[in-house]
Design a protein around this ligand. Structure first.
Ligand SMILES: [Zn+2]
Length: 74
């Protein structure tokens, strides 16, 4: 089985901007404001890349919930 098929589809392959190789997924951490997650990649050359991909999705969920609440209040 190809190992790549086991990776989460939401996690993209990231190419290191410094050395051009595929970066390793180092982990997923909560972001600074606690609203989402930061996906952390690192590379053998020492470059670290942090991607807060889920923050936007979380904001969309919150906004949709608020819109529903207003609709009920009407
Ligand atoms: Zn690198």
């Amino acid at each position: 089985m190809n190992i790549r098929t086991k990776l989460h589809p939401a996690i993209p392959r990231v190419i290191c901007p410094r050395c051009g190789t595929t970066m390793r997924l180092a982990g997923i951490e909560p972001d600074d404001i606690g609203r989402g997650e930061v996906t952390v990649f690192d590379c053998d050359c020492g470059f670290e890349y942090r991607m807060s991909a889920s923050v936007r999705e979380e904001e969309r969920r919150v906004r949709a919930a608020e819109e529903r609440a207003y609709a009920v209040a009407d």
